[in-house]
Design a protein around this ligand. Structure first.
Ligand code: HEC
Ligand code: HEC
Length: 211
């Protein structure tokens, strides 16, 4: 209740102040409830994605920690509809209502992502150049959309700290899939077509180490 004292200025300012405080405090407590609900749901996901969204099995599963809640919801929706084909994730997505997806997205999105250990500094260095400058065949620098630190922005997902195997696999999927209905995935496909195999490996290795 201490914030209210800052509103104790004049009658008019006080009212404006109270009105501005009310929605914020509601939103904050709503978030806490949603994240708590998400944490319960996340127990089902923990075996593969880790209880805090950092997977214990980087060779097989992606991290969800620090990912945008909206992106998590979109991908769960895509798994459910089959737009993103994956039998395993479809089963889990099928068990979630829209509000559950939002809650689990809010929970994982609020967790801190842990980078993967460095494996080969030379390869990772090559990957950094692709990330910041683009590929030899003219794919634009990844930072343009995924942000300077790979933390994503708007519709562009976080790609930092993701296990190398997963990023590489996703780049292959974007490159090899015949077509996507989702315009964002189509956008990423035009990029992947201009990144060769060696560049894909290097940039995936670099992204894994990015905090
Ligand atoms: C048995 C293992 C397993 C469990 C349990 C599991 N997942 Fe997954 N999840 C995967 C795999 C494998 C992928 C990668 C799918 C692909 O390659 O397209 C994935 C991918 C995802 C993605 C896409 C990530 C991205 O960066 O695009 C999201 C979101 C996701 N899972 C959410 C969940 C949620 C939420 C739960 C719990 C309700 C859950 N998963 C439970 C194995 C699992
Ligand atoms: C013009 C914008 C743009 C550029 C440049 C771009 N991306 Fe993307 N990327 C996207 C969008 C949009 C998505 C989400 C697509 C979807 O919904 O499937 C995406 C998704 C991804 C994903 C999947 C993430 C996940 O967890 O599911 C990876 C990995 C990725 N990009 C890597 C890269 C790399 C590496 C580069 C640089 C070589 C790059 N991107 C350049 C727009 C871009």
């Amino acid at each position: 209740m201490q914030q209210i004292s800052v509103c104790n200025l004049s009658y008019a300012v006080f009212f404006a102040c109270m009105i501005s405080l009310v929605p914020t405090s509601f939103a904050a407590s709503g978030d806490v409830v949603e994240i708590k609900h998400g944490q319960l749901l996340a127990q089902t996901c923990a075996a593969c994605h880790g209880a805090d969204g950092n997977t214990a099995n980087a060779a097989l599963y992606p991290n969800l920690a620090g990912q945008f809640p909206d992106y998590i919801v979109l991908q769960l929706t895509n798994f459910k509809s089959g737009e993103r084909p994956n039998g395993l994730m479809r089963t889990f997505a099928n068990s979630l209502q829209q509000s559950d997806m939002q809650a689990v997205g809010a929970y994982f999105g609020a967790q801190k992502a842990k980078p993967q250990p460095s494996v080969d500094k030379t390869v990772e260095g090559k990957g950094r150049l692709i990330f910041t400058r683009g590929s030899a065949a003219g794919a634009p620098a990844c930072v343009t959309c995924h942000g300077q630190r790979g933390h994503g922005q708007g519709a562009f997902p976080r790609v930092a700290s993701q296990p190398m195997q997963y990023t590489l696999e996703q780049l292959h999927v974007y490159r090899d899939a015949e077509k996507f209905n989702n315009p964002l995935a189509s956008e990423m496909k035009t990029i992947a077509l201009k990144v060769n195999e060696e560049e894909m490996r290097a940039v995936s290795a670099y992204l894994a180490t990015l905090p």
